[in-house]
Design a protein around this ligand. Structure first.
Ligand code: SAH
Length: 218
């Protein structure tokens, strides 16, 4: 089996099948589908798991954390961007950097916050290897966002929050969108918050399963 080259389970053809599946699952934005097709998901996994990279499942990335499934990454990117190119996006819960790499193709600049230093190191190395240089990764607790980079076109949260802090909503541009799994249990609601002229609208999209947002850095 060839894990790195063009003919194994990590080949272009395997990736094309993932895109077909995303279409079937209802992902419509050509920008998002192109970004998903362009980013080599297997590079974000350790060798023993690379052959499963294009399956629709979350997979372990070390430190008890997971890389989100392709569908969840595509869905949250589509909801955040509405299929339009963006200037600046904030990601909370960057993990190994996979979604940041996808977002880097949808926005001019990505700020990605990750509390676990080891994952920050890994993510920086992988993005450098892929020559992606429009992602700023910060080893901080992202619960309240990153006001220094605000306002954002979109905020994508990749860890379950018990509620959405007002401080986060305040970092959206007018018309900007925040996508976050909200709930205290094992299953959460994927919420989309949009900044309107006179307040915020909120929509509940579907049931999702994310790792919990945790306080502090590690
Ligand atoms: N976006 C990642 C998914 C990583 S899983 C991907 O594409 O693969 C969610 C990540 O959120 C974990 O790495 C976890 O360490 C991180 N996380 C949890 N609580 C956090 C917090 N308060 N601030 C920043 N990151 C947090």
């Amino acid at each position: 089996m060839n894990l790195h080259g063009g003919i194994g389970m990590t080949s272009q053809r395997t990736r094309a099948r993932m895109i077909d599946r995303l279409l079937e699952q209802g992902i419509k934005s050509p920008l998002v589908l192109d970004a998903m097709a362009a980013v080599p998901r297997h590079i974000f996994l350790e060798e023993g798991l690379q052959h499963r990279a294009y399956e629709d499942t979350p997979l372990p990335i070390g430190e008890g954390q997971t890389i989100s499934s392709p569908y969840i990454v595509a869905l949250t990117c589509e909801l955040a961007s509405r299929g339009n190119p963006m200037d600046i996006v904030l990601e909370i819960g960057g993990g190994g950097g996979y979604q940041a790499a996808v977002l880097a193709r949808l926005a001019k600049k990505v700020v990605s916050l990750e509390r676990i230093a080891k994952l920050v190191g890994k993510a920086r190395r992988t993005l450098r290897e892929l020559r992606i240089n429009n992602v700023l990764i910060k080893n901080v607790d992202g619960t309240y966002g990153y006001p220094a980079g605000a306002p954002y076109d979109a905020i994508v949260v990749a860890a379950a929050m018990p509620f959405i802090p007002d401080e986060l909503k305040a970092q959206l541009k007018p018309g900007g969108r925040l996508v976050a799994p909200v709930g205290r249990g094992e299953v959460q609601h994927l919420m989309v918050v949009e900044a309107r002229e006179n307040g915020y609208s909120e929509r509940d999209m579907e049931a999702v399963k994310f790792v919990p947002l945790l306080p502090g850095v590690a």
